[in-house]
Ligand binder design. Structure first.
Ligand SMILES: [Zn+2]
Ligand SMILES: [Zn+2]
Length: 614
């Protein structure tokens, strides 16, 4: 039992989790050795690079005489099964460095030789199973039989030591789990994740595309941009209700701005710079510094605070080209960003409001979330008394709102404590989107001031906050979370009219016009195709409402309704349907079935280091 919180369960759960991770690491790294042995038996001249355990499996990099095929993976996998069935032990020993250089050198293992030369100790650690011997610090499982529940998943190219000037190796990825049930569950999630990949669905649903002429930037198709705009509309409404003002600042700034803010020293590598009029100008990578200029433009009194300033503006960050990926890692994006200027005594209230807002947002999409409070690091800046007060305010706000959170001691930024919000999507993945960050430094650097009630001058505290994070990233997550099935209010097409023959196109067009005028997005499929084909196509586009119109409907002045969520709904009058759709739009109803694969154990731990045991 913990003396401080009276909680026994949590501590046990945490140590169990640590033990589980340790076990997973051992079987994963051991599986990589077994795979290497299988590869050695197929390619006696294979050269071995490294084979670490990673977040959800393992890999090994090989230098092979020819490219691997899918058939090779099956052969390697079969050979691994033999080794596992033989249940041979992993034997640990050591060699002097000289002996190891001789041993691996005489076998042409040039990568191992390079690794050995980089080891400082006089002795090196060796692991051996059957006739495969590897330079390895371990630890391993006892016998190969413990790696029974594995699967090889893919082959990729990888440069030796991640250096593009070095030779390109072949990397085989695999996964392995303690039980068959866990392996099956993991593979099922991977299958589902593949189907839901936002890059794949983005193409199928015609939401966005990318082009090599604009690397790291998104071309939003009309359908995707509709979603973008709906989210923005939602934001504007909420912010107006919460007393925010919106500004629209420039995109390009003199580098002096970032020297003042301090970003120049830490962040300039990620900034796009241009030479203009013999000055260095920068495309802004964040809205914070220019929002400080906005604040300084007027004199402020304590009565103006909290001053909540939102800005929706294009940001650019020079992400490495190799890191770019779909909507989740881009160079050009927009944040749902805001900066709140507050008096220190307003922090708690303001944070409480933000926490409620965040909870409301994620619940709108049925996403689960976790809160983390990060406190003062050793290299902090600013007044320690203010830090203490601010941390207390953050903790109070969390507690008063009955929000459970985890403490990340000393994990705050040097300029202020923060609350991170990690959301869990329907594939069980933890994703960091929202942050509430307190900042004592920017007000200092920009010499921000307000006049207090007793007519003296004081410095405000800045709260940075983003809830979606970036629109791009959030839409990417949303596509995968919803498996491409958007609720009516977000759906690019809300109601599709499907005339059974050309004969009914006019009736459909008239109805569609009426629906559009009411604020409903419609589509009339006036192609001369069979109705079955039209229905299938509309289903594939995941349109929430589908109306099949034939003679019967025209005569009775009715519509025959099918919904994506509930299937066949029977006939209604157009006005009844219109009222239902408008109600769902106005209330932003989450009218979709979300299939959750809520398996935390399988969550990707992206922070986990990919280090080899040498
Ligand atoms: Zn090893
Ligand atoms: Zn900011």
């Amino acid at each position: 039992m913990c003396d401080h919180c009276g909680n026994q369960e949590m501590e046990t759960a945490e140590s169990q989790e640590a033990a589980r991770r340790e076990k997973l690491k051992r079987i994963r790294h051991s599986a990589s050795h077994i795979m290497a042995e299988a590869v050695q038996s197929m390619f006696p001249d294979a050269k071995f690079a490294i084979g670490p355990a990673i977040a959800d499996g393992f890999y090994y990099d090989f230098d092979l005489p020819r490219p691997l095929t899918d058939d090779d993976l099956a052969t390697i996998s079969a050979k691994m099964k033999e080794i596992i069935k033989a249940n041979v032990p992993f034997e640990h020993s050591s060699m002097s460095k000289a002996d190891a250089l001789e041993y691996f050198g005489s076998r042409g293992q040039t990568y191992k030789v390079e690794l050995i030369n980089g080891i400082k100790d006089e002795e090196v650690s060796i692991y051996k199973q059957s006739n495969f011997t590897d330079l390895c610090a371990g630890p391993h499982v006892r016998r190969t039989g413990e790696c029974k529940h594995f699967k090889l998943t893919s082959v990729a190219g990888a440069y030796w030591r991640g250096d593009s000037t070095k030779p390109m190796l072949q990397r085989i990825y695999g996964t392995v789990w303690p039980t068959k049930a866990e392996l099956d569950a993991y593979l099922a999630i991977q299958e589902e994740a593949k189907k839901r990949d936002h890059r794949k669905l983005g193409k199928e649903l015609d939401l966005f595309f990318m082009h090599p002429y604009a690397p790291g930037a998104i071309f939003w198709q009309p359908k995707g941009y509709t979603i973008y705009q709906e989210l923005h509309k939602l934001w504007s409404e909420v912010q107006r209700g919460e007393g925010y003002v919106e500004v629209y600042n420039p995109l390009m700034y003199d580098a002096e701005l970032y020297k003042t803010s301090g970003h120049w020293d830490h962040y300039q590598d990620a900034m796009f710079k241009l030479d203009v009029d013999e000055k260095t100008m920068c495309l802004k990578p964040m809205n914070c510094p220019d929002t400080m200029l906005f604040f300084k433009q007027h004199k402020h009194s304590y009565r103006d605070l909290p001053l909540r300033v939102a800005e929706r503006q294009v940001l650019h960050r020079n992400e490495l080209s190799g890191a770019l990926s779909g909507l989740t890692r881009v160079r050009q994006f927009m944040q749902d960003d805001a900066h709140l200027f507050v008096m220190p005594e307003q922090i708690e209230d303001e944070i409480g409001r933000l926490l409620k807002l965040i909870a409301k947002f994620y619940e709108m999409f049925d996403m689960s979330y976790k809160f983390y409070l990060s406190t003062r690091p050793d290299d902090y800046m600013g007044d320690p008394a203010l830090w203490v007060k601010a941390e207390e305010a953050l903790a109070n706000a969390l507690e008063k709102n009955n929000i459970k959170y985890k403490l990340n001691p000393k994990d705050g930024a040097f300029y202020g404590p923060k609350i991170d919000i990690e959301l869990q999507d329907s594939l069980g993945r933890q994703i960091q989107c929202a942050t509430i960050q307190l900042d004592f430094q920017l007000p200092e650097r920009f010499q921000l001031e307000y006049v207090t009630a007793d007519n003296s001058v004081a410095r405000p505290v800045v709260i940075h906050r983003a809830i979606f994070g970036s629109y791009e990233r959030f839409i990417g997550i949303l596509i995968e979370h919803l498996a491409g099935v958007f609720p009516t209010w977000l759906a690019p097409v809300q109601v599709a009219f499907l005339p059974i023959t050309d004969h009914f196109v006019d009736y459909c067009n008239d109805l569609a016009k009426d629906f559009e005028a009411a604020g409903i997005r419609t589509y009339v499929d006036d192609r001369s195709e069979k109705i079955g084909y039209k229905i299938r196509q509309t289903e594939m586009q995941k349109v929430p409402y589908m109306l099949v119109i034939g003679q019967k409907e025209v005569d009775a002045k009715l519509v025959n309704v099918r919904t994506y969520k509930d299937g066949e709904r029977g006939t209604m009058t157009p006005d009844e349907l219109k009222a239902e759709v408008l109600d769902r739009i106005q209330n932003r109803t989450l009218d979709v079935n979300i299939k959750k694969l809520d398996l935390e154990a399988f969550a990707h731990d992206e922070a986990e280091e990919e280090t080899d045991n040498y």
